[in-house]
Design a protein around this ligand. Structure first.
Ligand code: CTP
Length: 407
């Protein structure tokens, strides 16, 4: 997916060892469909050459406000007017201070000051030693820059080039890419708290065996990411899957359906939207064995009794908060056939306003899917697309259904 297709980003580099990551970032932005114009301060050129950045961005790099290539000799005006956003990565402590005071003695700061505030957002990815980051002056600058409308993308934690360990590293290129992509998504869920379940559950038979299913968790993780991109606070309750947590999402890992139920009942207290995508096991072994069950030589399998798991979605949907309209519940239905009939029946059975149907065998483990939305008004198909694209469409559909009660 080209999430940044049609976007023109001015990528500013200031002096810091994290400049080496800016090369990868530039490549990632271009790969995602953006055009990138690199602008470097003189200090940045001490860490990485304009030649490297030109080759990766496929455009000559700008560094001086006296650059005669621009016919009107106003690079600061021309470059900033073309941009959909200015991203400064890395942004040094000194450059943050300069931005804060409206300094304008080099092309990059001049451009930031000259940009039309209402049209060209400024995003910064700070990078510095942990003491510099923690210093009250830097923290004051950060808060004031945010108050001035600048998006401060946060910092990473870990080993630093100086040998110390702590906060202040620049975020990794892929993290910054996700943040930039998220920045451009419409904030249709601002102020909402979304709870998502994802993946399979694992029901233990004994300490080394259990019952699970083929759900990969990809759809639920995509929805969690899309909800965060849409401005919501997101809690993701995940069964055993090997997927990385989407940026900005709070993840709670669980194994069994009982654990998932407990985590959801707890998190649902604060949520305003609940989206149940998890493929919860319908039954669990009645008596999981404490020790590995051994063959007894009789040739007969062990007698496993099963009990039904609680229905997490139905439990949450019947809670007073959901019944009062404070919690909007969305269910999924993984079916093998007769999708509309099963989804319609399941919507009624689960007591949810919106049920999203999909054909299980056609989607498990895949990167794409097709959805059928069933609500009180009828059914609506969302044709096959990537799970992230579908998740964004679903988030928009949910947001549109919230409007009447919140306005
Ligand atoms: N679900 C749940 N807890 C369960 C079973 C299902 O929360 N114990 C949720 C799923 O996350 C999904 C919806 O209910 O949102 C429907 O799940 P599905 O497995 O399709 O339906 P079941 O209720 O298990 O019905 P059946 O297996 O008969 O189709």
């Amino acid at each position: 997916m080209n999430d940044l297709a049609g976007k023109h980003i001015v990528l500013g580099l200031t002096g810091g060892i994290a400049c080496y990551k800016a090369a990868e970032l530039c490549r990632a932005l271009v790969k995602e469909g953006a055009t990138v114009q690199v602008v470097m301060t003189e200090s940045a050129t001490q860490f990485i050459t304009p030649v490297t950045m030109q080759a990766l961005s496929n455009r000559p790099v700008y560094g001086s406000q006296w650059d005669a290539r621009e016919p009107n000799n106003m690079a600061h005006i021309n470059l900033s007017r073309e941009a959909d956003a200015i991203l400064i990565a890395p942004c040094s402590a000194d450059f943050m201070a300069k931005l804060l005071h409206g300094g304008a003695d080099d092309l990059l700061s001049l451009m930031c000051l000259a940009r039309p505030l209402d049209r060209v957002p400024l995003l910064i990815a700070p990078a510095m030693n942990r003491e510099m980051w923690d210093h009250p002056a830097t923290q004051r600058n950060r808060a004031q820059l945010q108050a001035d409308g600048c998006t401060v993308l946060g910092v990473g934690t870990g080993d630093q080039a100086c040998g110390e360990t702590g906060d202040g590293r620049m975020l990794e290129p892929q993290e910054l890419l996700q943040d930039v992509v998220a920045f451009f998504q419409p904030k249709v869920l601002a102020g909402q708290h979304v709870l998502v379940t994802a993946g399979p559950t694992f029901e233990a038979i004994d300490p080394v065996r259990g019952i699970t299913n083929l759900s990969s968790g990809k759809m639920g993780f995509a929805i969690a990411r899309a909800a965060h991109e849409a401005g919501a606070q997101v809690t993701l309750v995940a069964g055993p899957v090997s997927l990385s947590t989407p940026r900005g999402v709070q993840r709670v890992d669980v194994k069994s359906a009982s654990d998932m139920l407990a985590a959801c009942v707890d998190a649902a207290q604060a949520a305003s939207i609940f989206i149940a995508t998890a493929a919860v096991a319908d039954w669990r072994p009645a008596q999981p064995a404490d020790q590995k069950i051994k063959k007894d030589g009789s040739g007969l399998p062990p007698a496993l009794g099963f009990v039904e798991n609680a229905d997490i979605l139905a439990t949450v949907a019947s809670s007073p908060r959901a019944q009062s309209g404070a919690l909007y519940c969305v269910g999924f239905a993984a079916e093998s056939h007769d999708l509309l009939a099963h989804a319609t029946a399941k919507r009624a059975r689960k007591g949810v306003p919106l049920l999203v149907g999909n054909i299980g065998p056609a989607t498990f483990g895949q990167d794409d899917n097709a959805l059928l939305l069933v609500d009180a008004a009828g059914a609506k198909e969302i044709p096959r697309a990537s799970k992230l694209a579908l998740a964004r469409l679903l988030v928009a559909e949910i947001a549109s259904r919230l409007q009447p009660s919140s306005s």
